[in-house]
Write a protein that binds this ligand. Structure first.
Ligand code: HEC
Length: 119
């Protein structure tokens, strides 16, 4: 009887330990993963037709409209996150504004995505 009681106690202790370790880690990693996938999806749906899937703006249409190569390291170093944010929400030159179409947090996630394109 003593052994049964002991193993039940151990099971409970282990269960609580596992929950304590697993709980805080799980939601954070899921959120990070989802927002990265979401930004890639947003980029390919709204931006890739001009900037290209990889952001290089290599197509004929891109070259004739002066579309920015988003992977350009020199440009990346020059611009602030605010400027990228404003270009996306207000538009710039021949680039349309996305401020009405996308939420502020979607534009934010695109700023981070554009930063990740730096070569
Ligand atoms: C219709 C074509 C088109 C679409 C769609 C488009 N862009 Fe652009 N983008 C341009 C052009 C053209 C420029 C260059 C504007 C200029 O500097 O005059 C540009 C410039 C930029 C810049 C640089 C702004 C700066 O201040 O240097 C960023 C960042 C950018 N685009 C991101 C995006 C993102 C993110 C999306 C999708 C939400 C997107 N673009 C959709 C055409 C487009």
């Amino acid at each position: 009887m003593k052994i049964v009681w002991l193993s039940v106690t151990i099971m409970f202790v282990l269960w609580f330990a596992v929950m304590a370790i697993a709980r805080p880690a799980a939601p954070a990693s899921i959120t990070a993963h989802e927002s990265a996938a979401g930004a890639a999806e947003l980029f390919s749906r709204n931006c890739a037709k001009c900037h290209g899937k990889d952001g290089r703006a290599k197509g004929i249409k891109a070259r004739t409209t002066g579309t920015r190569n988003l992977t350009d390291a020199q440009w990346q170093d020059r611009v602030s996150d605010e400027r990228i944010f404003n270009a996306i929400s207000n538009g710039k030159g021949r680039m349309p504004a996305f401020g009405k179409k996308l939420s502020e947090s979607e534009v934010d996630s695109l700023v981070q995505y554009v930063r990740g394109l730096k070569k």
